[in-house]
Design a protein around this ligand. Structure first.
Ligand code: DLL
Length: 434
């Protein structure tokens, strides 16, 4: 097992709690002094920074929300003057204004450190050649992975996203040992590599994939198509970017770097902290961030936390794969539907007849929700007869019904007709909102 900072990564939980408490007290004080929005919320709750003595008081603190970033756009939540902000990133979100986050020099170092720990945890070092195919720019993916990769001394190929043919040629010619991108793009690259029969020319050993939900079945398919081990990396712009948590070589949940972030799981409706192991909304408090600290930030991501010790020796808890976002959750005819559930069904029924490219289309006709799932068939099924296509449609329809409890109209569409994304996949078209 390799560690970047063994002492911190394997710190006994009691000591970790003590460190978190000290940092939390300081973070609350700084935020109260420097961030108007936080100060107002504390005052409204009748709280002063002196009331917070450690992690045991965390649940007394007010929540913060994505809306705050829009209300205080662009820099109103920064806790440092702009002369100390070295970089900003922004995320578009689906509606309204962009959200803007800022990093001091120390924040950028801490960020690289979080990603570097992850790369080390999966066994990478200065001998690796890392193709970063996350977008570089305002999105945090490209620069986030880049910083961590440089910190471990690896060779970085700063590809950014897009141009699939060039991506494949580069990873072959430059002998990339690692690929970083969204899982949906990795799958697309895998399909193309398979179609062109290039797999044996790859040198890939590691895949670092994240920025959107993906299933265990999808992991297996990507691993098979690209001949690598695929690791999950999680993060969000508001809290840091990639590297808030990630898998170690055990691939059994993502370690949250708890010396920098405290996660909580709450009931999204009542805001109550839920018992250990429960599934609910993930909330983060940053402990060391200077430029843009967050306190009890509501991520909207739905997952659970695992406090069991990990076989890798790290003591930092692990979060399970987020199953989607509470604001991505569709309510169709009164039933909660996550896109990831549909993906699970598709990957389960696929025996090579369908591809994992799908789109969910929801509409409302005569006051009733319509629910259509378009799935791309493989070239093989496309060449087959109509009966086979109908048979597969029936299987998917019945599996979806047993998973979700409601009926969907499944349409197998021709290969390559659903738009591919080089970043995060767009899986849902909800026409009811228009
Ligand atoms: O997606 C940061 C990132 C870049 C993470 C590269 C990993 C790799 P945002 O654009 O702000 O930041 O989107 C954050 O994406 O709240 C989750 O809903 C989702 N997300 C990110 N990573 C994962 C993951 C980046 N591994 C939002 N699994 C988050 C599931 C993920 N969902």
């Amino acid at each position: 097992m390799a560690y970047l900072h063994k002492e911190i990564e394997t710190m006994p939980r009691e000591a970790l709690k003590k460190l978190q408490s000290e940092r939390l007290v300081a973070q609350v004080k700084r935020s109260y002094e420097n961030v108007e929005c936080f100060r107002k919320r504390m005052d409204e709750a009748g709280l002063k920074p002196e009331d917070i003595h450690g992690v045991e008081d965390l649940s007394r603190l007010p929540f913060s929300y994505k809306k705050d970033l829009r209300d205080y756009y662009p820099y109103g939540l920064f806790a440092e003057p702009m002369k100390n902000i070295r970089r900003v990133h922004a995320s578009s979100g689906t509606t309204g204004k962009r959200i803007v986050v800022g990093y001091t020099k120390n924040d950028l170092d801490m960020w690289s450190d979080c990603v570097a720990r992850m790369l080390t945890a999966i066994g990478m070092d200065e001998n690796d050649i890392i193709q970063v195919s996350f977008g570089y720019g305002l999105f945090t993916g490209g620069f986030g992975l880049h910083g961590g990769a440089e910190q471990i001394g690896a060779t970085v190929i700063p590809m950014s996203s897009g141009n699939t043919a060039l991506q494949i040629q580069t990873m072959i010619d430059f002998k990339a040992t690692a690929l970083c991108c969204t899982p949906s793009y990795a799958m697309y690259l895998g399909e193309e590599i398979e179609r062109q029969g290039l797999k044996d020319q790859l040198s890939l050993k590691y895949g670092i994939f994240g920025a959107e939900p993906w299933t265990e079945d999808m992991r297996l398919q990507i691993e098979d198509k690209l001949g690598l081990k695929a690791y999950d990396i999680y993060g969000l712009s508001e809290v840091l970017g990639p590297g808030v948590s990630c898998e170690c070589e055990c691939q059994a949940g993502m370690h949250v770097w708890e010396d920098s972030f405290i996660p909580e799981i709450i009931d999204p409706d009542t805001g109550e902290v839920l018992p250990e192991g429960s599934m609910g909304e993930l909330v983060f408090t940053s402990l060391t961030k200077e430029g843009f600290p967050v306190i009890r930030y509501r991520t909207r991501d739905i997952c659970s936390l695992n406090y069991e010790p990990c076989a890798c020796g790290r003591t930092h808890l692990r979060m399970n794969k987020p199953r989607g976002r509470s604001d991505d959750m569709l309510i169709i005819r009164g039933v909660n539907v996550f896109p990831s559930q549909i993906e699970e069904v598709l990957l389960k029924v696929s025996g090579g007849e369908i591809t994992p490219n799908y789109q969910i289309v929801v509409d409302r006709v005569n006051n009733t929700d319509t629910f259509d799932v378009n799935v791309e068939m493989s070239e093989r099924l496309f060449a087959d007869d109509v009966k086979s296509i109908e048979r597969i449609e029936k299987i998917i329809t019945s599996e979806l019904r047993s998973m979700l409890g409601i009926g969907a109209k499944v349409h197998l569409v021709n290969p390559k007709t659903i738009a591919r994304s080089e970043g995060k996949a767009k899986r849902v078209i909800d026409n009811r909102k228009l």
